[in-house]
Design a protein around this ligand. Structure first.
Ligand code: FBP
Ligand code: MN
Ligand code: MN
Length: 328
Protein backbone atom coordinates (compact mmCIF):
# COMPACT_ATOMS: atom_id res chain seq x y z
CA UNK A 1 0.00 0.00 0.00
CA UNK A 2 1.33 3.44 -0.80
CA UNK A 3 1.21 5.65 2.23
CA UNK A 4 -0.16 8.99 1.24
CA UNK A 5 -0.58 11.84 3.70
CA UNK A 6 -4.25 10.94 4.14
CA UNK A 7 -3.22 7.60 5.65
CA UNK A 8 -1.50 9.22 8.58
CA UNK A 9 -3.25 9.02 11.91
CA UNK A 10 -4.14 12.65 12.22
CA UNK A 11 -2.07 13.09 15.32
CA UNK A 12 0.29 10.19 14.81
CA UNK A 13 1.90 9.40 18.13
CA UNK A 14 5.40 9.80 16.68
CA UNK A 15 4.58 13.43 16.09
CA UNK A 16 4.95 14.07 19.80
CA UNK A 17 8.61 13.22 19.64
CA UNK A 18 9.10 15.17 16.42
CA UNK A 19 7.48 18.13 18.08
CA UNK A 20 9.90 18.13 20.98
CA UNK A 21 12.74 18.76 18.56
CA UNK A 22 11.00 21.98 17.56
CA UNK A 23 10.84 23.40 21.07
CA UNK A 24 14.32 22.08 21.88
CA UNK A 25 15.78 23.87 18.87
CA UNK A 26 14.07 27.13 19.81
CA UNK A 27 15.16 26.87 23.44
CA UNK A 28 18.79 26.21 22.59
CA UNK A 29 18.78 29.20 20.20
CA UNK A 30 17.14 31.48 22.76
CA UNK A 31 19.53 30.38 25.49
CA UNK A 32 22.38 32.13 23.70
CA UNK A 33 20.58 35.35 24.73
CA UNK A 34 19.75 34.45 28.33
CA UNK A 35 20.63 37.32 30.66
CA UNK A 36 21.82 39.64 27.89
CA UNK A 37 18.99 42.12 28.26
CA UNK A 38 17.97 41.76 24.61
CA UNK A 39 14.48 40.35 24.43
CA UNK A 40 13.96 40.97 20.72
CA UNK A 41 17.16 39.18 19.79
CA UNK A 42 16.22 36.25 22.03
CA UNK A 43 12.76 36.10 20.50
CA UNK A 44 14.15 36.36 16.97
CA UNK A 45 16.61 33.51 17.57
CA UNK A 46 13.81 31.29 18.93
CA UNK A 47 11.48 32.08 16.02
CA UNK A 48 14.14 31.38 13.42
CA UNK A 49 15.20 28.08 15.01
CA UNK A 50 11.63 26.94 15.51
CA UNK A 51 10.73 27.65 11.94
CA UNK A 52 13.69 25.67 10.61
CA UNK A 53 12.99 22.74 12.91
CA UNK A 54 9.38 22.57 11.68
CA UNK A 55 10.70 21.72 8.19
CA UNK A 56 11.33 18.16 9.40
CA UNK A 57 7.93 17.55 10.96
CA UNK A 58 5.63 15.35 8.88
CA UNK A 59 2.59 17.61 8.84
CA UNK A 60 0.91 20.10 6.62
CA UNK A 61 0.66 22.75 9.28
CA UNK A 62 -0.95 26.15 9.35
CA UNK A 63 0.07 28.55 12.07
CA UNK A 64 -3.16 29.74 13.67
CA UNK A 65 -1.53 31.18 16.79
CA UNK A 66 1.76 32.85 16.01
CA UNK A 67 3.94 35.88 16.09
CA UNK A 68 1.31 38.34 14.91
CA UNK A 69 -0.13 39.02 11.48
CA UNK A 70 1.87 38.60 8.31
CA UNK A 71 2.72 42.28 7.89
CA UNK A 72 3.93 42.58 11.50
CA UNK A 73 6.26 39.60 11.83
CA UNK A 74 8.61 38.09 9.31
CA UNK A 75 8.25 34.52 10.54
CA UNK A 76 5.74 32.15 12.03
CA UNK A 77 2.96 34.60 11.30
CA UNK A 78 -0.69 33.62 11.43
CA UNK A 79 -1.53 31.78 8.23
CA UNK A 80 2.04 30.65 7.55
CA UNK A 81 2.35 27.08 6.28
CA UNK A 82 4.97 24.90 7.93
CA UNK A 83 5.98 21.24 7.95
CA UNK A 84 7.36 18.65 5.56
CA UNK A 85 3.93 17.49 4.35
CA UNK A 86 1.39 15.20 5.99
CA UNK A 87 -1.96 15.63 7.70
CA UNK A 88 -3.48 19.11 7.81
CA UNK A 89 -3.04 20.49 11.30
CA UNK A 90 -3.47 23.70 13.25
CA UNK A 91 -0.34 24.95 14.94
CA UNK A 92 -0.04 27.27 17.91
CA UNK A 93 3.40 28.62 18.76
CA UNK A 94 5.02 30.90 21.26
CA UNK A 95 8.67 30.55 20.21
CA UNK A 96 9.73 32.31 23.39
CA UNK A 97 7.16 32.56 26.17
CA UNK A 98 8.76 34.97 28.60
CA UNK A 99 11.02 37.09 26.40
CA UNK A 100 11.68 39.36 29.39
CA UNK A 101 12.37 36.37 31.62
CA UNK A 102 15.00 35.18 29.16
CA UNK A 103 16.53 38.66 28.74
CA UNK A 104 16.75 39.07 32.53
CA UNK A 105 17.63 35.42 33.28
CA UNK A 106 14.55 35.02 35.47
CA UNK A 107 12.80 31.64 35.94
CA UNK A 108 10.20 30.07 33.65
CA UNK A 109 11.13 31.22 30.13
CA UNK A 110 9.88 28.45 27.80
CA UNK A 111 9.53 27.65 24.15
CA UNK A 112 6.05 26.31 23.37
CA UNK A 113 4.24 24.56 20.53
CA UNK A 114 0.86 22.88 20.32
CA UNK A 115 -0.79 20.97 17.48
CA UNK A 116 -4.43 20.10 16.86
CA UNK A 117 -6.38 18.67 14.00
CA UNK A 118 -7.32 21.34 11.52
CA UNK A 119 -10.02 23.64 12.89
CA UNK A 120 -9.65 22.57 16.51
CA UNK A 121 -7.96 25.65 17.99
CA UNK A 122 -9.67 28.94 18.68
CA UNK A 123 -8.20 31.43 16.26
CA UNK A 124 -7.20 34.06 18.77
CA UNK A 125 -5.79 37.37 17.63
CA UNK A 126 -3.01 39.01 19.61
CA UNK A 127 -5.27 40.50 22.28
CA UNK A 128 -5.92 39.68 25.92
CA UNK A 129 -7.91 36.79 27.31
CA UNK A 130 -9.39 36.38 30.79
CA UNK A 131 -8.44 32.96 32.11
CA UNK A 132 -9.28 30.71 35.01
CA UNK A 133 -7.52 27.35 35.48
CA UNK A 134 -7.75 24.65 38.13
CA UNK A 135 -6.35 21.14 38.23
CA UNK A 136 -7.76 17.64 37.68
CA UNK A 137 -9.97 15.48 39.95
CA UNK A 138 -12.29 18.30 40.96
CA UNK A 139 -16.06 18.52 40.41
CA UNK A 140 -16.88 19.83 36.96
CA UNK A 141 -17.19 23.62 36.86
CA UNK A 142 -16.06 23.94 40.47
CA UNK A 143 -14.94 27.46 39.60
CA UNK A 144 -16.39 29.87 37.06
CA UNK A 145 -14.91 32.81 35.23
CA UNK A 146 -18.01 34.86 35.99
CA UNK A 147 -18.13 34.08 39.70
CA UNK A 148 -16.45 36.34 42.25
CA UNK A 149 -12.93 35.60 43.50
CA UNK A 150 -14.49 34.91 46.89
CA UNK A 151 -17.01 32.39 45.54
CA UNK A 152 -14.34 30.62 43.49
CA UNK A 153 -11.94 30.33 46.42
CA UNK A 154 -14.69 29.05 48.71
CA UNK A 155 -15.80 26.43 46.19
CA UNK A 156 -12.24 25.35 45.48
CA UNK A 157 -11.34 25.07 49.15
CA UNK A 158 -14.43 22.95 49.81
CA UNK A 159 -13.74 20.69 46.82
CA UNK A 160 -10.12 20.20 47.84
CA UNK A 161 -10.95 19.73 51.50
CA UNK A 162 -8.64 22.60 52.36
CA UNK A 163 -8.91 25.78 54.33
CA UNK A 164 -8.91 28.94 52.15
CA UNK A 165 -5.72 29.98 53.95
CA UNK A 166 -4.00 26.96 52.43
CA UNK A 167 -4.91 27.94 48.87
CA UNK A 168 -2.40 29.53 46.51
CA UNK A 169 -3.74 31.73 43.72
CA UNK A 170 -1.38 32.67 40.93
CA UNK A 171 -1.68 35.71 38.66
CA UNK A 172 0.46 38.09 36.63
CA UNK A 173 1.79 41.03 38.65
CA UNK A 174 -0.09 43.77 36.81
CA UNK A 175 -2.12 46.78 38.04
CA UNK A 176 -5.16 45.29 36.26
CA UNK A 177 -5.07 42.41 38.74
CA UNK A 178 -5.08 44.52 41.91
CA UNK A 179 -8.70 43.67 42.58
CA UNK A 180 -8.12 39.90 42.26
CA UNK A 181 -5.01 40.07 44.45
CA UNK A 182 -6.72 42.17 47.13
CA UNK A 183 -9.81 39.98 47.27
CA UNK A 184 -7.83 36.75 47.40
CA UNK A 185 -5.61 38.03 50.20
CA UNK A 186 -8.50 39.40 52.20
CA UNK A 187 -10.06 35.93 52.04
CA UNK A 188 -6.83 34.65 53.59
CA UNK A 189 -5.47 32.94 50.48
CA UNK A 190 -1.86 33.29 49.39
CA UNK A 191 -0.98 34.86 46.06
CA UNK A 192 1.96 34.13 43.78
CA UNK A 193 2.74 37.10 41.56
CA UNK A 194 4.48 36.46 38.27
CA UNK A 195 6.38 39.05 36.29
CA UNK A 196 5.62 37.07 33.10
CA UNK A 197 4.73 33.63 31.85
CA UNK A 198 1.13 32.56 32.31
CA UNK A 199 1.40 29.39 30.19
CA UNK A 200 3.71 27.81 32.75
CA UNK A 201 1.46 29.12 35.52
CA UNK A 202 -1.67 27.55 34.00
CA UNK A 203 0.12 24.20 33.77
CA UNK A 204 1.44 24.59 37.33
CA UNK A 205 -2.14 24.96 38.56
CA UNK A 206 -2.87 21.50 37.13
CA UNK A 207 0.13 19.59 38.44
CA UNK A 208 -0.03 17.94 41.83
CA UNK A 209 3.58 18.57 42.80
CA UNK A 210 3.02 22.28 42.67
CA UNK A 211 1.69 24.67 45.27
CA UNK A 212 -0.53 26.63 42.88
CA UNK A 213 -4.23 25.79 43.27
CA UNK A 214 -5.74 28.26 40.81
CA UNK A 215 -4.54 30.52 38.04
CA UNK A 216 -6.70 33.59 37.50
CA UNK A 217 -6.41 36.76 35.47
CA UNK A 218 -5.84 38.12 32.00
CA UNK A 219 -2.88 37.51 29.74
CA UNK A 220 -2.26 36.97 26.07
CA UNK A 221 -4.99 35.20 24.08
CA UNK A 222 -2.37 33.22 22.12
CA UNK A 223 -0.99 32.04 25.46
CA UNK A 224 -4.57 31.13 26.40
CA UNK A 225 -4.78 28.72 23.46
CA UNK A 226 -1.41 27.16 24.31
CA UNK A 227 -2.43 26.85 27.95
CA UNK A 228 -5.74 25.25 26.92
CA UNK A 229 -3.90 22.62 24.86
CA UNK A 230 -1.74 21.80 27.88
CA UNK A 231 -4.66 21.83 30.32
CA UNK A 232 -6.49 19.32 28.07
CA UNK A 233 -3.49 17.00 28.30
CA UNK A 234 -3.28 17.17 32.10
CA UNK A 235 -7.08 16.91 32.59
CA UNK A 236 -7.43 20.29 34.25
CA UNK A 237 -10.31 22.73 33.92
CA UNK A 238 -10.14 26.10 32.18
CA UNK A 239 -12.47 28.82 30.99
CA UNK A 240 -11.58 31.94 29.05
CA UNK A 241 -12.99 35.03 27.42
CA UNK A 242 -11.41 37.21 24.77
CA UNK A 243 -11.10 40.82 25.91
CA UNK A 244 -11.55 43.54 23.32
CA UNK A 245 -10.11 47.00 23.72
CA UNK A 246 -11.72 48.41 20.57
CA UNK A 247 -13.91 47.58 17.58
CA UNK A 248 -10.94 46.79 15.36
CA UNK A 249 -9.95 43.95 17.67
CA UNK A 250 -13.53 42.74 17.79
CA UNK A 251 -13.83 42.73 14.01
CA UNK A 252 -10.56 40.81 13.67
CA UNK A 253 -11.75 38.15 16.08
CA UNK A 254 -15.09 37.89 14.27
CA UNK A 255 -13.30 37.38 10.96
CA UNK A 256 -11.04 34.72 12.45
CA UNK A 257 -13.93 32.72 13.95
CA UNK A 258 -16.94 33.28 11.70
CA UNK A 259 -20.37 32.56 13.11
CA UNK A 260 -19.42 32.60 16.81
CA UNK A 261 -19.96 35.37 19.34
CA UNK A 262 -16.35 36.44 20.00
CA UNK A 263 -17.16 37.83 23.47
CA UNK A 264 -18.74 34.65 24.82
CA UNK A 265 -17.35 32.72 27.75
CA UNK A 266 -15.21 29.96 26.32
CA UNK A 267 -15.04 26.47 27.72
CA UNK A 268 -11.83 24.52 27.50
CA UNK A 269 -12.93 22.71 24.35
CA UNK A 270 -14.05 25.96 22.72
CA UNK A 271 -10.38 26.94 22.91
CA UNK A 272 -8.70 23.61 22.10
CA UNK A 273 -10.62 20.49 21.10
CA UNK A 274 -9.96 17.03 19.65
CA UNK A 275 -6.63 15.30 19.96
CA UNK A 276 -3.97 17.86 20.87
CA UNK A 277 -0.23 17.63 21.27
CA UNK A 278 1.84 19.99 23.34
CA UNK A 279 5.57 20.48 23.78
CA UNK A 280 7.51 22.99 25.87
CA UNK A 281 11.24 23.23 26.54
CA UNK A 282 12.77 25.24 29.38
CA UNK A 283 15.07 28.11 28.47
CA UNK A 284 15.64 29.34 32.02
CA UNK A 285 14.96 26.91 34.85
CA UNK A 286 11.60 27.23 36.58
CA UNK A 287 8.78 25.51 38.41
CA UNK A 288 7.87 23.37 35.41
CA UNK A 289 11.15 22.64 33.68
CA UNK A 290 14.86 23.02 34.12
CA UNK A 291 16.62 25.43 31.77
CA UNK A 292 19.29 24.86 29.16
CA UNK A 293 22.64 23.80 30.58
CA UNK A 294 26.02 22.65 29.25
CA UNK A 295 28.03 19.66 30.39
CA UNK A 296 31.31 18.49 28.83
CA UNK A 297 30.39 19.73 25.39
CA UNK A 298 26.80 18.48 25.57
CA UNK A 299 23.88 20.87 25.60
CA UNK A 300 21.13 19.59 27.86
CA UNK A 301 17.45 20.34 27.34
CA UNK A 302 14.42 19.57 29.49
CA UNK A 303 11.03 19.35 27.84
CA UNK A 304 7.47 18.42 28.65
CA UNK A 305 5.67 16.64 25.81
CA UNK A 306 2.02 15.69 26.13
CA UNK A 307 -0.79 14.25 24.08
CA UNK A 308 -4.43 14.51 25.10
CA UNK A 309 -5.71 11.37 23.38
CA UNK A 310 -3.19 8.93 24.80
CA UNK A 311 -3.02 10.70 28.15
CA UNK A 312 0.75 10.69 28.05
CA UNK A 313 2.92 13.21 29.76
CA UNK A 314 6.65 12.85 29.15
CA UNK A 315 9.50 14.75 30.68
CA UNK A 316 12.22 14.46 28.06
CA UNK A 317 15.85 15.18 28.84
CA UNK A 318 17.88 15.74 25.68
CA UNK A 319 21.66 15.67 25.42
CA UNK A 320 22.83 17.34 22.22
CA UNK A 321 26.29 17.30 20.72
CA UNK A 322 26.46 20.29 18.44
CA UNK A 323 29.81 19.27 16.99
CA UNK A 324 27.90 16.70 14.93
CA UNK A 325 24.29 17.74 15.15
CA UNK A 326 22.05 19.92 13.06
CA UNK A 327 18.34 20.30 13.70
CA UNK A 328 17.44 19.29 10.16
O1 FBP B 1 2.71 41.77 29.75
P1 FBP B 1 1.23 41.75 29.46
O2 FBP B 1 0.84 42.76 28.44
O3 FBP B 1 0.41 41.81 30.71
O4 FBP B 1 0.92 40.33 28.74
C1 FBP B 1 0.94 39.12 29.42
C2 FBP B 1 1.48 38.04 28.51
O5 FBP B 1 2.89 38.27 28.29
C3 FBP B 1 3.63 37.19 28.85
O6 FBP B 1 3.90 37.44 30.21
C4 FBP B 1 4.95 37.01 28.10
O7 FBP B 1 4.77 36.65 26.76
P2 FBP B 1 5.92 36.90 25.65
O8 FBP B 1 7.25 36.75 26.29
O9 FBP B 1 5.65 35.81 24.65
O10 FBP B 1 5.73 38.25 25.07
C5 FBP B 1 2.66 36.01 28.75
O11 FBP B 1 2.98 34.94 29.60
C6 FBP B 1 1.36 36.67 29.12
O12 FBP B 1 0.25 35.96 28.63
MN1 MN C 1 4.12 34.66 25.34
MN1 MN D 1 6.62 35.12 22.96
Amino acid sequence: MTVTPTHYQVTDRNLALELVRVTEAAAVAASAWTGRGKKNEADGAAVEAMRRAFDTVAINGTVVIGEGEMDEAPMLFIGERVGAGGPAMDIAVDPLEGTNLCAKNLPNALTVVALAEEGHFLHAPDIYMDKIVVGPNLPENVVDLDASVEANLKALAAAKGKDIRELMLCTLDRPRHEDIIGRARSMGARVTLLSDGDVAAAIAACLENNEVDIYLGSGGAPEGVLAAAAVRCVHGQMQGRLLFEDDTQLERAKKMNPGADPSRKLDLTDIASGDVLFSATGVTGGTLLRGISQNNGWTITHSLVMRSKSGTLRFVEGHHDFSTKTWR
